[in-house]
Write a protein that binds this ligand. Structure first.
Ligand SMILES: Nc1ncnc2c1ncn2[C@@H]1O[C@H](COP(=O)(O)OP(=O)(O)OP(=O)(O)O)[C@@H](O)[C@H]1O
Ligand SMILES: [Mg+2]
Length: 229
C-alpha cells in the first residue's frame, strides 16, 4: 500500500468511443468499450494488430480524449482533472512500459531508472538506494552501469519495467511488453508484471496480441475492431 487509497475501481470506462478524424476518412479505433480494473488486478487486453489496443491504453492514461463515453481514473472522471493534474498523475501514480522500451541510449540502466525519480519531487530522496533495490528485484544488478546498446532485448525490457515501477506507480500500463521477446523471456516478463500486481497491489493493464500471456492474467478482455467481445 503506498498511501493513496482509491475506493472502487482504479480505472472505469463506460461506453468509450474514439474516432480519429485526422486522415480525411474517420476511423473508429475504439467502440463503446466498457471496462473496470481494480487494485492488485492484472488485466490483459488481447487483440490483433489494429484492434485498438494502443488507443485504449492512451485513453486510460488520459493522453487521448474520448469522442464519447466516460473514463474515470483513481475514482475521478478524467474530464475533471486539469492538464497539470493529469501530468502529475502520470509522473507520480502511473507507470508506462512501451514495446520499444524508450530507454535513453546515452544513459546507463541506473541513470535510465533514476530519471523518473528526478521528475518526482516526493521520491527524490534516497533514489540511489531505491534504484539498486529495484535492479535487484528484477534480477539485473549486473546491468547497473551498462548502456542499452550492450543489453539484450529481455534485459532492456527489465530496465524499462524497473523504470515504470520506480515511482511506486499504482497503475502500470504496458503496451506489447513482450513483443520482441522469445517465449521464455516473454513468460518471465509477464510473470514479473503479475508479481507486481500481487505484491504491490498495483493495477496492471497489458495490451498484447500474444495468446501466450493469457494464462498469467487475472482477466482477459478480447478486443476486435475496437470492441470488447
Ligand atoms: N492518430 C490516428 N489517426 C487515425 N487513425 C488512427 C490513429 N491512431 C490509430 N488509428 C487507427 O485506429 C485503429 C486502432 O489502432 P491502434 O494503434 O489502437 O491498434 P493496436 O491494436 O494497438 O495495433 P498494433 O497491435 O498494431 O499496435 C487502427 O485502424 C489505426 O489505423
Ligand atoms: Mg499498438
Amino acid at each position: 500500500m503506498n498511501g493513496f487509497e482509491t475506493p472502487g475501481p482504479v480505472i472505469r470506462l463506460e461506453k468509450v468511443t474514439k474516432i480519429f478524424n485526422d486522415s480525411g476518412q474517420p476511423t473508429t479505433a475504439v467502440r463503446e468499450v466498457s471496462l473496470e480494473a481494480r487494485r492488485g488486478e492484472m488485466v490483459l487486453l488481447l487483440g490483433p494488430s489494429g484492434s485498438g489496443k494502443t488507443t485504449l491504453l492512451t485513453l486510460i492514461a488520459g493522453l487521448t480524449r474520448p469522442t464519447s463515453g466516460s473514463i474515470s481514473l483513481f475514482g475521478k472522471n478524467v474530464e475533471e482533472y486539469s492538464a497539470t493534474e493529469l501530468q502529475s498523475l502520470r509522473a507520480e501514480r502511473i507507470g508506462f512500459v512501451f514495446q520499444t522500451f524508450l530507454l535513453i541510449d546515452s544513459l546507463t540502466a541506473t541513470e535510465n531508472i533514476e530519471i523518473v525519480l528526478r521528475f518526482n519531487r516526493k521520491r527524490r530522496a534516497g533514489r540511489a538506494g531505491k534504484t539498486r533495490a529495484l535492479l535487484g528485484e528484477l534480477g539485473i544488478e549486473h546491468l547497473a552501469d551498462r548502456f542499452p546498446r550492450a543489453m539484450s532485448q529481455g534485459e532492456k525490457q527489465r530496465v524499462a519495467i524497473a523504470r515504470a515501477i520506480a515511482n511506486d506507480a499504482e497503475l502500470l500500463i504496458a503496451d506489447e511488453p513482450t513483443g520482441s521477446l522469445e517465449t521464455r523471456q516473454a513468460i518471465d516478463i509477464i510473470a514479473l508484471l503479475h508479481g507486481q500486481a500481487e505484491r504491490r497491489n498495483t493495477t496492471v493493464i497489458v495490451a498484447s496480441h500474444d495468446l501466450r500471456l493469457k494464462e498469467f492474467a487475472d482477466r482477459t478482455l478480447r478486443l476486435q475492431d475496437g470492441m470488447i467481445s
